[in-house]
Design a protein around this ligand. Structure first.
Ligand SMILES: C[S@@+](CC[C@H](N)C(=O)[O-])C[C@H]1O[C@@H](n2cnc3c(N)ncnc32)[C@H](O)[C@@H]1O
Length: 280
């Protein structure tokens, strides 16, 4: 039997076992601390299929036994669930908009302290891209202004890499040479973010499911994170973002994401192509 045929047999006979699936979700929550009830079922099942293949288990029930016997598997499971793919200046047009329009507007506003949140920051490329642009805008600004960037994720391994601020040559490829030499220093073959770029960034281990802890933020970037969640949970998180922003504050989602349903009434589209919204 070919691999696809095996997969199909496994899917039809075992993957639909609802009781074991529910049990597995509880085991996962307990073992990883991540409440997987919030994730889209199709997404969760796709990721589990990968883990079942890797661990050579055939059913959810077998996989539960495997987890019990091999607790290290919990961290592989978290890694697989929280896909950390990211890059510096991901979707360059969004960063052009930030540099030319949004950041100057925030920095030149009467406020003396601008606060930004990169929610689901993975390994740090997003908050560092923001920090570099902020430096560029601040240099041009006639006004003094303090900028703080909160950068959060629930994946501790990704966060540790983010706060180390150390990247290989491949990771920094998307950065313009001038910015690279201004904001990074070479350490052997690795590129390290200079301390003054890191200074305004506060890395935090935070699950987006927990209620917001900050108010009056000026800008939230939550890009390529919502894809994991069911629609109800997306609504809840967008409502939390609404509560965390000041009136007139901005929200930027990923290019394939958008604020839909009830939550959509709370925001005005500012730049649909770049998925920029403003708190109404
Ligand atoms: C694909 S990365 C996106 C990184 C970056 N925002 C970007 O657009 O390049 C998604 C990140 O969301 C994080 N994530 C997933 N579920 C989360 C949750 N409930 N709370 C906080 N972060 C979460 C993952 O750990 C992962 O690092």
């Amino acid at each position: 039997m070919g691999e696809t045929a095996v997969e199909q047999t496994v899917c039809s006979e075992n993957f639909d076992d609802d009781t074991d699936f529910k049990k597995l979700k509880k085991v996962m929550h307990k073992g990883t601390g991540v409440n997987v009830e919030y994730y889209r079922e199709a997404y969760l099942k796709r990721r589990l299929k990968v883990r079942l293949m890797v661990t050579k288990t055939n059913t959810y029930s077998e996989y539960i036994q495997y987890l019990k016997a091999n607790p290290d598997e919990f961290s592989s499971l978290v890694n697989d669930l929280t896909i950390n793919y990211t890059k510096f200046f991901r979707d360059p047009d969004v960063y052009v908009f930030l540099k030319e329009k949004l950041l100057p507007e925030l920095i030149l506003s009467p406020k003396k302290w601008v606060r930004i949140w990169s929610a689901g920051c993975a390994t740090g490329e997003e908050p560092y891209s923001l920090a570099m642009l902020t430096q560029e805008v601040l240099k041009q600004s006639p006004k003094q202004c303090q900028v703080t960037i909160y950068a959060s994720d629930l994946d501790k391994t990704a966060l540790a890499k983010a706060s180390s601020g150390t990247y290989n040559r491949r990771a920094v490829q998307g950065i313009d040479e001038e910015l690279l030499s201004k904001y990074f220093e070479l350490d052997g073959e690795l590129y390290k973010v200079k301390p003054f770029v890191k200074k305004p960034i506060h890395f935090e281990d935070q699950d987006l499911m927990t209620p917001p802890i900050r108010r009056n933020l000026d800008l939230i970037l939550c890009r390529n994170v919502m894809i994991y969640f069911s629609r109800d949970i997306q609504q809840q998180i967008y409502t939390n973002f609404y509560d965390s922003l000041r009136t007139g504050g901005y929200l930027i989602t990923g290019k394939t994401e958008f604020v839909a349903g009830e939550a959509n009434n709370k925001f005005v589209d500012v730049n649909p192509a770049c998925r920029v919204y403003k708190k109404a």
